[in-house]
Design a protein around this ligand. Structure first.
Ligand code: CCH
Length: 300
């Protein structure tokens, strides 16, 4: 056993530390976006879990439904194929991990590697797809809408106003892509470093409405002090981001998180950990007890 290569050692079932290391090794992507797969990994984790409906106990990260057209082809998930493809070498080296665990863990590892907090993560999700648990399309938020819509989407998962604001701070990372969502540009100047800058900019910059060539509306900021030839890429906010600053119950949290990075990190870690657990039932030892893991469904 002492003659095994490091590579084959990496595939011991249950060696999540080895998986974490290999996910981290996938982050550096020169030439892709801002040089990191981190933001799109975080979005993959969020969209895999964010279909959950508390009342009917359907959707959520269990089942890794994005592998199939019904969920993977949802326009809300456009572009996440890129993240799944980046993670394929990790799955190949550790075939024992489920996609549902891999995608959620990738979000946790990416967040940490980009300077974010530790998020509690437990394994045990299944790749069995239970047809009776499949989420219909339309469960993920639509950026063109307002506060009522945000509440409808996030209350459905069991989140409150404070958690909605905390989770929205993920927009400190990454960017909108014209060929994915149709929105354009990053929220902050350093979109591969997790911080509370999103909240600071949301409050402090003068955001101007802008209608894109595809008809979508976003808010835009470019530094008026800079001469034309030194202008940086404009920053953006989605309509749903702007709502956080104007809604009377959301905005006090925006202020708190803008002022207190530690509070934001703590609350984000808690809410994100909760998101990744939606629909996963565990016993006191943390073992998954969902009975539907072994009934019916199909395996890829
Ligand atoms: Fe988001 N998000 N998100 N978002 N999101 C987009 C990109 C990212 C909404 C819409 C969009 C969360 C909440 C919301 C990330 C994490 C989270 C984009 C651009 C849109 C549109 C996608 C593209 O074009 O590639 C809306 C509406 C909501 C309502 O609340 C939450 C919650 C999280 C995580 C906790 C991350 C990260 C990105 C960047 C992805 C990338 O590829 O750079």
């Amino acid at each position: 056993r002492y003659f095994l290569s490091a590579e084959s050692m990496a595939s011991q079932p249950g060696d999540y530390a080895a998986v974490r290391k290999d996910i981290a090794a996938q982050l550096n992507k020169p030439g892709y976006d801002d040089g990191s797969a981190g933001p799109v990994f975080l979005r993959l984790a969020w969209h895999s879990a964010g279909t959950y409906d508390l009342e009917t106990d359907t959707g959520g990260s269990n089942g890794a439904g994005m592998r199939y057209e019904a969920e993977g082809g949802d326009p809300a998930n456009a572009g996440l194929q890129v993240a799944r493809t980046f993670l394929e070498p990790v799955k190949e080296r550790h075939p024992w991990i489920t996609y549902a665990d891999l995608w959620t863990l990738a979000g946790v590892v990416a967040l940490k590697e980009m300077g974010g907090p530790d998020v509690k993560w437990l394994p045990g999700r299944t790749d069995y797809v239970d047809d009776s648990k499949l989420p219909p399309r339309g469960r993920l938020p639509d950026a063109e809408q307002g506060a009522d819509h945000l509440r409808q989407i996030f209350y459905r998962m069991g989140f409150n106003d404070q958690e909605i604001v905390a989770l929205s701070g993920a927009h400190n990372l990454g960017r909108g892509h014209m060929d994915r969502s149709g929105y354009d540009g990053p929220w902050v100047n350093n979109p591969t470093r997790f911080s509370n800058q999103f909240f600071k900019l949301l409050l402090n910059l003068e955001w101007k409405p802008r209608t894109l060539s595809n008809g979508l509306k976003q808010f835009s900021y470019s530094d008026p002090e800079l001469p034309e030839d030194e202008k940086e890429e404009p920053l953006m906010m989605l309509p749903t981001d702007m709502v956080l600053a104007s809604d009377p119950a959301f905005s006090p949290w925006v202020k708190k998180y803008a002022d207190d990075k530690d509070l934001f990190f703590k609350d984000f870690a808690k809410a994100f950990g909760k998101l990744l657990e939606l629909g996963i039932k565990r016993d006191e030892q943390g073992n998954v007890t969902n009975t539907d893991n072994v009934l019916g469904g199909y395996i890829s």
